[in-house]
Design a protein around this ligand. Structure first.
Ligand SMILES: [Zn+2]
Length: 89
């Protein structure tokens, strides 16, 4: 049996699909690993989950603050502070 090799395009589609269906931390961890192994950037999806515990952010488990040039999201689940640099343009 041949190992299944996914193309970058297929992985990107998979990422979009997973994030549109309320993924569990386990699923997020898995897809992140897959993306990283193929050198695929998660782009905006990166800001949708906690870097530490991989929980999907929602209004109940996160606090969002803008402190230019950063967007700071505090995870209420593990208390990790996620920082994302905002685009300047
Ligand atoms: Zn967290």
């Amino acid at each position: 049996m041949k190992p299944v090799k996914l193309s970058k395009q297929e992985i990107q589609e998979k990422i979009s699909l997973i994030f549109s269906s309320n993924p569990s931390p386990k699923q997020i961890k898995k897809i992140k690993k897959l993306a990283m192994s193929k050198n695929i950037k998660l782009g905006n999806f990166r800001k949708k989950f906690c870097k530490k515990c991989y929980n999907l952010f929602n209004s109940n488990n996160s606090e969002i603050r803008i402190k230019k040039p950063y967007k700071i999201i505090k995870c209420r689940n593990c208390n990790y502070i996620n920082r994302y640099k905002l685009k300047t343009n």
